[in-house]
Design a protein around this ligand. Structure first.
Ligand code: R5P
Length: 288
């Protein structure tokens, strides 16, 4: 087995190579004068299974990942296992207004054209899996969060919306503590209203856990509300840290501590998903 990484996922790919005890191959990338991307996998992988790791957070990452898995397939890889730690375009898994595309379906079918298995990490909405022809593997990340918080005397794990309550509850159960969710209503892409239920959080240590931080609006508002209610320490955590519009500074000014995984590597990537993803890779290769 060999690993190839797109430019978005170098740090995670190195850790996965160590977990899976296999070589991470280099990739040559450049731009043609007209702006198109050129990509070439360096090294020998003919006949071997290839694990291709890359995010699809923006248009450049998408084309890079598609070129990479196609290169693996066209050049004689055994099985191509596509690993998309942060599967972008997953928000639109249905038509909300007439005339819209189903972007998660576009992404899924494009990737599945050139791979034998597709592994993602905590996709925004599992509704996307119904478009999969190959059986999407969605890896959940709980144990690394338990390790991070187990000695911090947490009283509540809070989800900033009802959709994330199961995730918060799972972490709370393993930390032997309680969970609840904030009632969040999205008015438009920039405005949300949030209401904390009538639970006494005065003097309590709280972990807010969300699937992703994008603009930071949700997490900033949730932190402010819990502090206003008298919470003592408010820790912020999310699986994916996008930090759109440079929201780093505002978030770090209002919270005790921030922890993000390395699906999108950044300064707060304090925990890795490499172990869980490597296990999923073993699962698809052994089960194949
Ligand atoms: C919403 O459904 C998600 O779980 C996140 O809460 C949301 O995407 C975070 O976005 P932002 O950081 O822009 O508030």
């Amino acid at each position: 087995m060999k690993i190839i990484s797109s430019s978005s996922s170098r740090e995670l790919s190195l850790k996965m190579a160590a977990e899976l005890k296999c070589e991470l191959l280099d990739t040559e990338r450049k731009r043609f004068p007209d702006g198109e991307m050129y990509l070439r996998i360096l090294g020998d992988f003919r006949g071997e299974d290839v694990v291709a790791v890359g995010n699809t957070r923006n248009d450049a990452e998408i084309i890079e990942f598609l070129l990479m898995i196609n290169a693996a397939k066209e050049n004689g890889a055994g099985k191509v296992i596509a690993v998309v730690p942060y599967f972008g375009y997953a928000r639109q898994h249905m038509i909300y207004k007439t005339g819209e595309p189903i972007s998660s379906k576009v992404m899924l079918s494009s990737i599945e054209n050139f791979c034998d298995s597709l592994i993602v990490v905590e996709i925004h909405d599992l509704g996307t899996s119904k478009f999969s022809r190959r059986g999407l593997v969605n890896v959940k990340i709980v144990k690394p969060l338990v390790e991070y918080y187990k000695d911090r005397k947490i009283d509540y794990v809070v989800s900033p919306d009802d959709g994330g309550l199961d995730r918060a509850k799972e972490l709370a159960d393993l930390l032997k503590t309680k969970s609840f969710n904030i009632d969040k209503k999205r008015i438009d892409s920039r405005t949300v209203t949030m209401t904390v239920p009538d639970i006494d959080v005065k003097g309590k240590n709280i972990v807010i856990l969300d699937d992703m931080i994008s603009t930071g609006g949700t997490i900033i508002k949730a932190t402010g509300l819990l502090k206003k209610r008298g919470a003592d320490k408010v820790y912020v955590s999310a699986i994916h840290g996008i930090f759109a519009n440079g929201s780093y500074d505002e978030i770090s000014s209002i919270t005790q501590d921030i922890v993000i995984t390395d699906t999108i590597f950044g300064k707060w990537s304090k925990i890795t998903v490499a172990g869980e993803v490597a296990e999923a890779v073993r699962g698809v290769t052994n089960g194949a």
